[in-house]
Design a protein around this ligand. Structure first.
Ligand code: SF4
Length: 90
């Protein structure tokens, strides 16, 4: 699933917050997560446990990997619960 789009449209911070996503800020990328959409499949945790660790607070730390890897893992989220916005594209 495209981690920077919803219904084919590029996401904005305002759009994500309005839809109930919570922001996890990084230096170069912000990751957004919506717990109400999450299907608990675990692709994120298996994809990179340094970035996504259930039980840690915050459970998402974008800067624990590269932007490219964050995006690659986010795109494996099957439910759309994870989205991202690259800061260099804002
Ligand atoms: S990959 Fe997506 S649906 Fe699966 S646990 Fe992570 S956030 Fe939830």
């Amino acid at each position: 699933m495209d981690g920077n789009k919803i219904d084919g449209k590029k996401v904005t911070a305002e759009m994500l917050v309005e839809k109930g996503y919570r922001k996890y800020s990084g230096e170069e990328i912000d990751i957004y997560y919506n717990k109400d959409i999450c299907a608990h499949i675990g692709n994120c945790v298996r994809g990179n446990g340094a970035v996504f660790e259930v039980g840690r607070r915050p459970w998402i730390i974008a800067d624990n990997s590269t932007v490219a890897d964050d995006i690659q893992v986010i795109n494996t989220c099957p439910s759309g619960a994870l989205k991202y916005i690259r800061k260099d594209e804002q």
